[in-house]
Structures are given as structure tokens and as C-alpha cells.
Design a protein around this ligand. Structure first.
Ligand code: CDP
Length: 785
């Protein structure tokens, strides 16, 4: 795909990541590396109960510890009208508890001290008197009659129901089910999972009492949105708030919400006149910050006997935790779940979703994929696989029969998305060819005859990323558009300022490559600045694979804007009409006389030294991009798994992933993103699990209980690609995000079920621990006996 030379290295070149130079030398600049003069340290006391009335908080012993400067309680925060704050979903959330705790790990009080260890020790001396209350840890019990009402402080809230949301055409879908020759049903649960960034959340709040200037260094994926929320919460003038997100050690959605720790540290800095640092530890991160998934799903598919899909019906229950705090576009209560029709020509679909409060930390963040798209892709692929078994059709053939054909794009799905482009059969054929599907199916038969159980699992998915067009997409009313500013210096070097915030995705490299592609300046001569609200254009941040579709587009557009002026200056230097100037990066030449040339660097110098009369000096511009549509990456994954039916242990023998994210800006970075997503997909399929006991105790508050796959367990990946550009995107790219996360869990589960077909196992929920797989075999055998 590369169009620029190996010297310019624009789009399509696997340029080594510019940012890695500082990371591999240990020169990254993370919050916890930063020290400010006079800085104090904050530690938080968290509730051991999941639901309990707070009777009293005695801070006297903690306050008496030498080195402790202040102990902050909910009561103190309430005196400043800061005990509650708005969430990104328009709900309210307690900053420090005043009335009752609503989940285990909730913030009750905070100690500010001269040293982090003193602060943490003093936290243990705070005496709290609680009265435990009844606990609810799943949406079914939350909805039951007589369930304790978790959010009883909210006016008019008499139960635990948060929202009801529907999408699609109910009548048309009901008719499809009436006409159906086969209906396939599935109840499944996508378990709660935790983004688990290597760096936990934290901040340093530095409020100058003399000027009112608040500089908050924060682990945030969305610094601009946070600045606006802070202005609204604290009533501070927005121009006096500066949010700086320095290097971030992974976000994955975990660093989008506003956490109470940020607010308490800022209030403490304001009151004490010192910078205040707060860094949570690993267990605090696991127990109290944004979770993902926790989605209970019922799906039904209507089909004809020949395999033609007629309709899809889903009903969902979302466990949102004690506060509805996820950052979904406000119009869509369960995010973009209505992509659930996937890659299929489904004439009708209807989605019904209900959200519930439970006594758990707030969840629902866009973890390693767009908003709820992982859950949707999982459900449809499990249903398709089950339909294939019931029809006795090869799962690959059933998919191919129903794929939206290549010539049907743009295609309007039954739930109203306009898919911009796709070639689903192309991606599937490539995956089948790479894994040797036909041969593998033959070998599977032979192995079964020898008592070896291999399964082959497929998943084809269509993601929806790049939120989004202003008419439909906002968070708290803020439109999801993003900006880029480009300034070329006299010596031909450039600075690009973007609204996105990299957390490891390599934006400093890929966005420089977009500029290189457009105007011919090499990536190493372009500094990419991000994460500082005083010095970057406004935007809604980086999550849900939106950076490339929005900020990548803004970067291409601002480059084109700057190029328009550069062309005029080139014409002036070449002493010809602008229409006679040609641009072949990095040279402007005269049409028909290519020996007459100036480079973009010559033009940059002239922009400050020798520009036409009447022209403003300088070479720079800005652009805010409002995407005309979302983008729709897709792919097919194929896995081969061997299951030991004596023990339930399963082993991945092959894993093939074919992704199509349109034009790849940096193929190496895209592969890295896919590796990350595949690892997460494997992790959730095989081992990751955070559960809660009946008292709301979080089981999974450390890495010995919450298992993440390391390189040791993770199976090898074989990657393939197809390239179907997004027609409306200025460079044809789609976000790659972590589309792998979408397809791979379904492919693994489908493979294990495929292996266990002879035993009649049709449904197992993740994580597929060996005990669970073994039990499924026993249950299926008992049911058929
Ligand atoms: O929003 P986020 O950066 O997490 O996701 P993304 O926009 O999907 O991009 C992830 C990384 O892959 C970024 O560095 C992108 O520039 C890069 N990418 C690419 O090189 N080519 C694509 N077609 C899509 C993404």
C-alpha cells in the first residue's frame, strides 16, 4: 500500500515507534515519576462492605499521626458541595461517602500526609461505624421484588432499574419469527473483566490559591472532556484548569471515567495550597475502577431450513454497578451493541436492553474495543455457530450464505447502521485458506475415530468504530468531534498537536506518518504533541478505537489545508502560476519542467522569509473533523483446539486472524494492536474472571485470583489481512482498535464446543476453565442418558 518513498515513509511503512526511544531507555514520564515542590501524598480509605449504612467516621487517631496534614471525609466534601459528582453517563456518583456505601472498595475518606507511607498507615487508624445492608450482585437479583434499593438517595428512584432501551423493528422481527422454519436460542453471559493497565490510575493536583490556576496531571484517556467536567463539578473557570496526561501505561477504557481520587486530590490541593499526589495500588485499581462487560444476553435467531437468516432478537441485562458511570454516547444506552447483526444480511432485528444498579464498582467501559461491540459480536457468532449445528451445515458455509455481499455496500443494517464497505467472504476465504480448513475438517474426523477431540472454531465480525458524527454522537452533550493543529517551522520541521491521547498505541508515530504522507516531511521531523489541554485542540479523547477515524482524519485534513498555502508559496518561489505547480512529495515542481523544483522545506523557510505580498506569514492550520459516518472494520478468525475429555483441559493448536482495518498507516503497529486484542480475547475465553460472593466481596482483587495471560500461556498467532478502504475517510483507514478482542473469544468457545459436539455440549460460558469444560461433558452425557 505504501505510496511514499522509503525516505518519506508515509502511510503503509512500518516505521519504528518514535516514542519507544524514551520508553526503552526508562525515560518515560509517568505520573508516579513526577515530583513537585512541596508535594503532599494522599491515600484513600475504602469500604470493606458492599452495602452498609455509614453511621460515623472517627478521624482523630489518623489526624494525630506525625506527618498527617489533613483527613478528608464525605462530610467535609459536602461542606464544599463536592460530596457528589456527575458521571459521564449523566448519573451522579459519590466522591466520598456521606450516607451509605454501595460497593466494596468505595471511597470513604482520605488522608493527606507528607509521605505516601504515612498516609497509607494513617488510613488504617480511621474508625468507621457501619451497619451492613442486604447486597445485590447481579441484575436478576437487582430486578427481583423486594431487592434492597441501592440508589435510594436519588429522587424518584424506587428500584434498581436504570434504563430501558430498544433498537430495530419489533413488528418486522416478530413476523420473521412467525415465518421461521427454525429458531435457535442462546442464553449466555459475557463475564465482568478488568482492563488491568500496567500503570494504575492516579493524579497530582496542583492548585495555586493565589491565581486559582489548577494544573492536574492525570492518567486520563480524555483530558479535554475531563477539563470540562471539572469546570462543571467544581465551578472553576475552565481557562484556569489545565489537565495534563503525561505518558500513560495502558488505558483500555479504564482511564476514561472521572474517579473520586482525582476530585478529592484537587479539593485537598485547593484547601491546603500544596500539590497533592494520589496513586492507587493494584488491588484498589482492580476493586474500584471501571470494569467492562458483565452482560447477560438472551439471543434468538430465525432461519429457514436452507440456512437463510430471517431475523434476530436479543434481550440484555447490563450490570452497571452502583453508579452509572461509563462513557457511552448518550443516545445509545448499551453503546453500539446494535451492531449485533454482524456481517450478515439479516432483514430484521430487534434489541431490548435494560440496565441495573448492583452493589459493585461501576462498569461498562469501552475496554479493548468499541462500546459494547465485543459483547454483540460474541452473541451473534455463538448463535450462528449453534444454528449451523442444528441445521447440520458447515459453519463456514452458513456464514458465507448469509454474508452481506461485496456489491451491497453501503449497506443499511436492520438496526440502522450504514456499513460503509466490506468484503466478508474475502476475509473468510483468506482465513480458511491460511488454516487449511478443508484438510483440518478431514483430519478432525480421523482424529475422532482415534479418540482425539479437536474442534475448529470460526468467528466473523464487523466492528463499528470512530464515534462519531455530531448529529448522533455526544458524551454529556459534548459532540464527539476531534481536532488537529499543524505548524511548520521555518527550518521545515513541524509540530502536530492532536486531541487524541496515546496510551501505548503509537500515535506519535502513526499521526506523524499521516502528515508525511500528505506533505512530504519525514516522520522523525514531526513532533506529535498530545495530552495537555492548554496546548492541544479540543476533542473527546482516545478510546473505542476512535483515534484514527476522527483524529487521523483531522490530521490528514489539516495537512491538506496547510498544503494549499504551501502551494501558493511554491508558485511564488518558482515564479509560475499556482495551477502550474505539481507536488510530488517533498518537491514542488513546474509542470513540464521538473528540473525547476523547491522542497517543502524551502517553502517552509519562505513562509517566514520570502512570501508573496498580501499573504500572512507562517505555515500552519487547524481542523476539527466531524466524521460523516462511523467506520466498519471486520475480519474472520479461525482456531483449532484440542480438548482432553478426561480432564477438560484444552489447548490451542492453531490461531489464524484475518483483519481488515482499511488502509494500514503502520502495519507493524496494527499487528501489535491485533496481538494485544488476541491475547485479551484468549484471556477472557480461558481464564480471566472477577466474581463477587453473596456479600459483594470482590473475588479477583489481585493478580493471583484474577488471571491474566502472559506470553507463556498465550497461543501463537498467524495474522493475515485484507484491505477494504473506508470510502469516506480521507486516507481510507478504519480504526483497528483491538478488533481481535471481538472475534477471538467467540472463536475459542465455538472451537471447544465443536470439539465436544459428540457429547452434545452446546453451551458453555466463559471463562472455559478445565473444570467447567469437564462438567459440561458430564452434564451433556447425563442429559442424553
Ligand atoms: O483510538 P485508538 O488509537 O485506540 O485506536 P485506533 O484508532 O484504532 O488505532 C490504534 C493504532 O493503530 C494507532 O496508532 C493507529 O494510528 C494505528 N492504525 C493504523 O496504523 N492503521 C489503521 N488502519 C488503523 C489504525
Amino acid at each position: 500500500m505504501a505510496q511514499t518513498t522509503d525516505e518519506i515513509r508515509g502511510i503503509g511503512h512500518s516505521v519504528k515507534r518514535k516514542e519507544d526511544d524514551r520508553f526503552i531507555r526508562g525515560r518515560g514520564n509517568y505520573i508516579d515519576d513526577m515530583q513537585l515542590p512541596g508535594m503532599l501524598h494522599m491515600a484513600i480509605l475504602r469500604s470493606p462492605y458492599a452495602h452498609a449504612t455509614l453511621n460515623s467516621v472517627d478521624t482523630s487517631a489518623a489526624a494525630a499521626v506525625p506527618g498527617v496534614i489533613a483527613v478528608v471525609t464525605g462530610e467535609l466534601m459536602a461542606q464544599h458541595n463536592l460530596a457528589w459528582m456527575p458521571t459521564m453517563s449523566g448519573d451522579t456518583e459519590a466522591v466520598l461517602v456521606t450516607d451509605k456505601v454501595r460497593f466494596q472498595g468505595q471511597e470513604v475518606a482520605a488522608v493527606i500526609a507528607t509521605d505516601p507511607y504515612i498516609a497509607r498507615d494513617a488510613v488504617d487508624l480511621i474508625q468507621v461505624d457501619y451497619d451492613p445492608l442486604g447486597v445485590v450482585v447481579d441484575p436478576q437479583s437487582a430486578a427481583a421484588d423486594g431487592a434492597p434499593v441501592i440508589r435510594d438517595e436519588k429522587e424518584g428512584q424506587t428500584d434498581n432499574h436504570i434504563y430501558h432501551w430498544e433498537s430495530g423493528d419489533k413488528d418486522a422481527t416478530d413476523k420473521a419469527f412467525t415465518d421461521a422454519e427454525l429458531v435457535v436460542k442462546l442464553d449466555t453471559f459475557y463475564p465482568r473483566s478488568h482492563p488491568s493497565p500496567l500503570e494504575t490510575c492516579g493524579c497530582i493536583a496542583d492548585v495555586d490559591p493565589a491565581t486559582g490556576q489548577a494544573t492536574i496531571y492525570m492518567t486520563s484517556q480524555a483530558p479535554h472532556a475531563i477539563r470540562t467536567v471539572f469546570a462543571l463539578v467544581a465551578g472553576l473557570p475552565e481557562e484556569n484548569i489545565r489537565i495534563v496526561s503525561p505518558d500513560i501505561g495502558g488505558g483500555f477504557g479504564n482511564k476514561v471515567p472521572v474517579y473520586p481520587g482525582y476530585v478529592v486530590a484537587t479539593a485537598a490541593s485547593l484547601l491546603l495550597g500544596h500539590p497533592v499526589k494520589w496513586i492507587e495500588d493494584r488491588s484498589e485499581n482492580l476493586i474500584s475502577t471501571g470494569f467492562a462487560r458483565d452482560f447477560h444476553m438472551h439471543g434468538e435467531m430465525a432461519l429457514k431450513r436452507d440456512g437463510t437468516m430471517l431475523g434476530l432478537r436479543t434481550s440484555l441485562q447490563a450490570d452497571e454497578g452502583a453508579f452509572h458511570a461509563d462513557a457511552q454516547p448518550s443516545k445509545f444506552k448499551v453503546g453500539l451493541f446494535h451492531i449485533v447483526t454482524g456481517s450478515y444480511e439479516l432483514p430484521s432485528a430487534h434489541v431490548v436492553a435494560d440496565g441495573y444498579y448492583t452493589n459493585k464498582a461501576p462498569g461498562g467501559v469501552a475496554y479493548r474495543c468499541s462500546f459494547r461491540v465485543t459483547e454483540a459480536s460474541y452473541l451473534i457468532e455463538r448463535l450462528v455457530q449453534n444454528a449451523a449445528y442444528e441445521l447440520g451445515m458447515d459453519p463456514a458455509d452458513l456464514r458465507k450464505k448469509n454474508f452481506i455481499p461485496e456489491d451491497a455496500f453501503p449497506y443499511e443494517s436492520a438496526t440502522g447502521f450504514i456499513y460503509d464497505s466490506g468484503n466478508y467472504e474475502g476475509a473468510m476465504n483468506k482465513a480458511l485458506e491460511m488454516i487449511g480448513y478443508d484438510q483440518l475438517r478431514r483430519e478432525q474426523e480421523e482424529m475422532r475415530a482415534q479418540g482425539k477431540y479437536w474442534g475448529i472454531g470460526l468467528a466473523s465480525f464487523t466492528e463499528v468504530v470512530g464515534a462519531g458524527p455530531h448529529k448522533d454522537y455526544d458524551i454529556l452533550g459534548l459532540k464527539m468531534n476531534d481536532g488537529a493543529e499543524l505548524r511548520i517551522h521555518p527550518t521545515g520541521k513541524a509540530i502536530l498537536k492532536i486531541s487524541a491521547k496515546t496510551q501505548g498505541q503509537g500515535h506519535e508515530t502513526t499521526f506523524a506518518q499521516i502528515v508525511a504522507e500528505e506533505i512530504g516531511i519525514q516522520p522523525e521531523d514531526i513532533k506529535v504533541q498530545h495530552g495537555d489541554t492548554d496546548n492541544t485542540p479540543y476533542g473527546l479523547g482516545t478510546y473505542a478505537s476512535r483515534s484514527t477515524p476522527t483524529v487521523g482524519a483531522a490530521t490528514a485534513m489539516v495537512s491538506r489545508r496547510v498544503l494549499e498555502k504551501a502551494r501558493k508559496i511554491a508558485a511564488h518561489l518558482l515564479e509560475v502560476d499556482e495551477d502550474d505547480v505539481e507536488f510530488t512529495r517533498p518537491n514542488f515542481t513546474v509542470k513540464g519542467a521538473p528540473e525547476k523544483a523547491v522542497t517543502i522545506q524551502d517553502v517552509a523557510f519562505a513562509a517566514y522569509t520570502n512570501f508573496p505580498d498580501g499573504m500572512e506569514s507562517g505555515l500552519e492550520g487547524s481542523y476539527y473533523y466531524d466524521p460523516p459516518n462511523l467506520t466498519f472494520p471486520f475480519g474472520t478468525y479461525a482456531v483449532a483446539v484440542e480438548v482432553d475429555i478426561e480432564t477438560g483441559v484444552w489447548k490451542v493448536q492453531r490461531m489464524v486472524a484475518v483483519d481488515d482495518c482499511g488502509v494500514r498507516i503502520n502495519p507493524m503497529i496494527v499487528e501489535g494492536q491485533i496481538h494485544g486484542g488476541l491475547t485479551e480475547g484468549y484471556g477472557i475465553a480461558a481464564m480471566e474472571q472477577i466474581t463477587f460472593d453473596e456479600n459483594g466481596n470482590c473475588i479477583g482483587a489481585n493478580f493471583t485470583d484474577y488471571l491474566l495471560p502472559t506470553s507463556w500461556e498465550t497461543p501463537m498467532f498467524e495474522l493475515g489481512e485484507t484491505v477494504t478502504p473506508s470510502p469516506h475517510h480521507p486516507i481510507g483507514a478504519k480504526g483497528v482498535g483491538e478488533s481481535a478482542t471481538v472475534g477471538s473469544p467467540a472463536a475459542y468457545v465455538n472451537a471447544v464446543i465443536d470439539a465436544l459436539q459428540p457429547f452434545g455440549v452446546t453451551n458453555i460460558d466463559m471463562p472455559l476453565t478445565s473444570a467447567k469444560v469437564w462438567q459440561a461433558i458430564q452434564d451433556a452425557q447425563a442429559a442424553t442418558a
